[in-house]
Design a protein around this ligand. Structure first.
Ligand SMILES: C[S@@+](CC[C@H](N)C(=O)[O-])C[C@H]1O[C@@H](n2cnc3c(N)ncnc32)[C@H](O)[C@@H]1O
Length: 240
C-alpha cells in the first residue's frame, strides 16, 4: 500500500504544482492549520515536523510561522522540489527522529493516506515534546449546492485508504483533541484539475495505471458544471 502511495506521488509533481498554482488550496489549508496549532502553544511554534511535506507547499507556510521546519515525505520526487529546509525521505510509521525532539507535527492533507493512522499517530506522539501540538487536515469531499456528494457512487474505501473518522479516532486515542470543518467554494474546472493529479485520480480508480486513471477521471468529470463546496476536517491535539 505505501509503495503504491509513494509511486502515485512520485508521478504527481507537475500536476500537483499546476493545481496549487491555480487554487492555492494547500497553502490555505496549511495556513489555517498553522493558526489552530499556534493557538494551542505558549510562545509560538518551535520546531515543526511537516509530515507529508509533498512539494513544500505546507513547508513554506510552516517556515513562515515556526522557528524551524523539517520536511518529511515518503515520495522522493515530491521532496526534491523543496530546497529551503531540512528534508527527510521517510514513512510516518518510522520517523527517523529522537523521542521528544519536535514541538509540532503537522499532517497537511497527508495522514488520511496511510492504511493505519493509529501507527502514524503513535510515532507523532513519540517525537513530540510534552508541551507539543499535533495537527491534521483531511478531505471530507466535494458537494453540489444541495449537499449531495459529487462522488457518492464510489465506495468510501476506494476514495482513500483511511476514513476521516479513523483519523479523528487515532488522534483522540493519544491526544486531547479539538476538531472542526473548513469549507471552500470551488468550480467544476478545479475539481477536474485536482483529479488530473495521478495520486488523486488513484483515489477514484486505484486499480488503473496512471494514464488510464487520469483519463477515466477526466471523462467522469467532463459534464460537471457550476459551483461546488469542498470540505475538509481539521483535528488539533495536545498531550493529555
Ligand atoms: C496531498 S500531499 C500534501 C503535501 C503537502 N502537505 C502540501 O500541503 O501540499 C500528501 C503527501 O503525503 C505523503 N505521504 C503519504 N503517505 C505517507 C507516509 N506513509 N509517510 C510519509 N509521507 C507520506 C505523499 O507522498 C504526499 O506528498
Amino acid at each position: 500500500m505505501k509503495d503504491v502511495v509513494r509511486r502515485n506521488f512520485d508521478a504527481s509533481v507537475d500536476a500537483y504544482t499546476t493545481y496549487e498554482r491555480r487554487t492555492n488550496r494547500f497553502t490555505s489549508l496549511a495556513r489555517l492549520l498553522a493558526a489552530e496549532m499556534g493557538a494551542r502553544t505558549d510562545g509560538g511554534l518551535g520546531t515543526v515536523l511537516d509530515a507529508g511535506a509533498g512539494t513544500g507547499v505546507s513547508t513554506r507556510v510552516f517556515t513562515e510561522t515556526a522557528a524551524d521546519t523539517i520536511a518529511l515525505d515518503i515520495s522522493r520526487a515530491m521532496l526534491r522540489e523543496i530546497d529551503s529546509t531540512a528534508r527527510l525521505q521517510a514513512d510516518f510509521d518510522h520517523l527517523p527522529l529522537s523521542g521528544q525532539s519536535v514541538d509540532g507535527v503537522a499532517f497537511t492533507a497527508s495522514l488520511f493516506l496511510v492504511p493505519d493512522p493509529a501507527a502514524a499517530v503513535r510515532e507523532a506522539a513519540r517525537v513530540l515534546r510534552p508541551n507539543g501540538v499535533v495537527g491534521a487536515v483531511a478531505p471530507l469531499g466535494w458537494f453540489y449546492p444541495d449537499g449531495t456528494d459529487v462522488f457518492e457512487q464510489f465506495e468510501r474505501a476506494s476514495r482513500s485508504p483511511a476514513d476521516t473518522s479513523a483519523l479523528e479516532g487515532a488522534l483522540a486515542g493519544e491526544f486531547s483533541t479539538t476538531t472542526g470543518t473548513w469549507q471552500f467554494s470551488t468550480t467544476a474546472e478545479n475539481i477536474r484539475l485536482f483529479h488530473a493529479i495521478p495520486a488523486m485520480a488513484a483515489r477514484l480508480y486505484p486499480k488503473l495505471e496512471t494514464e488510464r486513471r487520469v483519463r477515466h477521471a477526466s471523462e467522469l468529470l467532463s459534464a460537471l458544471d457550476g459551483t461546488f463546496e469542498q470540505r475538509w476536517r481539521w483535528i488539533v491535539g495536545v498531550p493529555e
